[in-house]
Design a protein around this ligand. Structure first.
Ligand SMILES: C[S@@+](CC[C@H](N)C(=O)[O-])C[C@H]1O[C@@H](n2cnc3c(N)ncnc32)[C@H](O)[C@@H]1O
Length: 244
């Protein structure tokens, strides 16, 4: 995949209710509920609105397999596990804690204002504490989840049996341009014929590279941003029909 830069973004914006209406249309005779943890007070997680959008995608496409780039505390991994069918498998990847040098000198001012420092800080938290939300979950939920400890840029989709395997892919790992580009390239190969790829941190105040990458990527792929969130997504195959 070549690097794409453009000052003119072709990203389409929709309101969250467009996604919620699709869920209402799909499940007209029943309530559609979901279970979510009280949001963490730590940085790096999703808002409740973002969680609702992701679960809506799960409800709309009933994915057999979900892949998450960036496990962190495992809050979104657990969200997927709790709100998908019993047979859904969830694979989530984060760096190997044993190979991560702990950075003791990142100040709060740095990690709140600088994207690279923020990424380092989150890698640190993951290396020190692991995916606490997954670890604390009930056994039947933990059993749906496979945690990989690997730099996502070293994924080999063919060798790891990931090709065309996932109906829902969430890209929320490293936020530098090269990692987002690599994760996206892998995601395109790992996506099933009918799939949704979702990126987090689009239009984030500190992770400019995600926005820059997606603005360029939107020149050749239809990317949709959900207003009032940092989620952007791409519909592949028959999932293109879900919002109609
Ligand atoms: C924003 S957090 C993920 C949040 C999580 N998806 C959630 O919703 O709760 C980003 C995570 O990506 C991980 N990460 C950063 N660079 C990575 C890389 N190259 N490979 C794998 N994981 C990476 C960090 O260790 C961190 O835990």
């Amino acid at each position: 995949m070549t690097e794409q830069n453009s000052s003119t973004s072709k990203i389409i914006e929709i309101r969250p209710k467009v996604v919620f209406q699709a869920v209402e249309n799909r499940y007209q005779a029943q309530n559609t509920e979901f279970t979510v943890n009280i949001p963490s007070s730590a940085i790096g997680g999703l808002t409740l609105l973002e969680s609702a959008i992701l679960v809506s995608f799960v409800k709309l496409i009933s994915p057999a397999a979900i892949f998450e780039f960036g496990t962190y505390m495992g809050a979104t991994t657990l969200l997927f596990a709790r709100n998908s069918s019993d047979s859904t498998e969830i694979i989530t990847i984060d760096i190997d804690p044993n190979t991560t040098a702990t950075q003791e000198n990142i100040s709060e001012a740095d990690y709140l204002n600088d994207g690279n420092a923020n990424d380092e800080h989150l890698r640190d938290i993951f290396a020190k504490h692991g995916a606490i939300y997954i670890n604390r979950a009930e056994r039947h939920l933990r059993e749906k989840v496979t945690q990989l400890y690997q730099d996502s840029t070293t994924i080999d989709p063919q060798q790891q049996n990931f090709l065309k395997r996932f109906q829902l892919i969430f890209i929320d790992g490293g936020h530098d341009f090269e990692t987002v580009r690599s994760d996206t390239e892998n995601a395109l190969n790992m996506a099933a014929d009918d799939a949704i790829i979702v990126w987090h941190d689009f239009r984030s105040q500190i992770h400019d590279d995600v926005t820059r990458f997606l603005d360029g990527f939107s020149q050749t792929h239809e990317i949709v941003h959900v207003a009032h969130t940092m989620l952007a997504f791409m519909l592949i195959g028959s999932t293109r029909e879900i919002l109609n």
